[in-house]
Design a protein around this ligand. Structure first.
Ligand SMILES: Nc1ncnc2c1ncn2[C@@H]1O[C@H](COP(=O)(O)OP(=O)(O)O)[C@@H](O)[C@H]1O
Ligand SMILES: [Mg+2]
Length: 257
């Protein structure tokens, strides 16, 4: 069954067709990757899926329900959670507090309960603090919870973003170039985390430039170029596809390596 179905999604910015009739299905429980050169339209597509943009035409179906054009918060509350191409953390808060914020969509209360602090709110805070620590341990940041997020090395900030996204208890997690700026070792750690996230039952949709990572973790891949899908299939098919090789010309070594 498809957890996410992208159906003929088109996004036009003035004269630029950033996404042109994009269609693919992300099977429940899978790791699916969208790849393509810079400017191919990957982030735009993510924005249409996550509700940051309303596509010009086409439909997005998540968990059996149309979500096209719904507000981001409404889409997130259905269990579709994204991370950003540029890290977006609360730099002055601690690592653990950044994860605690991620629990927000699944908790009761708000400003009022924070002021009045009824017992259930205090119990909830304690539970969130405990679960945030568990998620940090899960992504390999178990001993860095008390550090100010800004002090965390960049590669670990990306892992922290994953932990925060997991706090929202997603069915589908959208990762926009999570390996950007990571070294080989950090990328390997990230690949491991992505696979373990998936093993928890979370479906993963990944935009990635790092071909090694994609070939390692993804079960299926869609390739975008100039806003169009030029190939879709299993990693072995994609690796050999002449259109894909042409789109990455000058970057062919990324596919081989
Ligand atoms: N809000 C926007 N307004 C106008 N053009 C945009 C906007 N967002 C993206 N674009 C353009 O759409 C194209 C695809 O961009 P993007 O989706 O960011 O590509 P990718 O993530 O694959 O690098 C680019 O030419 C980009 O300049
Ligand atoms: Mg992008």
């Amino acid at each position: 069954m498809a957890l996410l179905s992208v159906q003929n999604v088109t996004m036009r910015f003035g004269g630029l067709l950033a996404n042109d009739q994009i269609s693919f299905d992300v099977p429940q429980g899978s790791i699916y990757a969208v790849i393509g050169p810079n400017g191919a339209g990957k982030t735009t597509l993510f924005n249409s899926i996550a509700g940051a943009l309303v596509p010009t035409s086409g439909a997005v179906v998540f968990d059996g329900q149309p979500i096209t054009g719904l507000p981001q918060a409404s889409i997130a509350s259905r269990g579709l959670i994204r991370t950003y191409q540029l890290v977006q953390l609360f730099k002055d808060l601690t690592v653990a507090e950044n994860v605690e914020i991620g629990f927000h969509r699944v908790t009761r209360g708000g400003v009022l309960s924070a002021l009045l602090r009824p017992r259930w709110a205090r119990e909830q805070d304690a539970r969130i603090a405990r679960e945030a620590r568990e998620l940090l341990a899960f992504v390999g940041l178990g001993d860095q919870g008390d550090l100010v997020a800004d002090k965390l090395p960049y590669g670990r900030q990306r892992l922290l973003e994953v932990a925060r996204a997991l706090a929202a208890d997603p069915k589908l997690i959208l990762l926009d170039e999570p390996a950007a700026g990571l070294n080989t070792q950090e990328t390997a750690a990230l690949a491991d985390v992505i696979q373990r996230v998936n093993a928890r039952g979370v479906t993963v949709l990944l935009i990635e430039h790092d071909m090694g990572l994609v070939m390692k973790v993804a079960q299926r891949i869609a390739v975008l170029d100039f806003g169009k899908t030029i190939a879709e299939g299993a990693p072995d098919e994609i690796r050999r596809n002449p259109d894909v090789l042409a789109a990455y010309l000058g970057g062919v070594e990324m596919i081989d390596g």
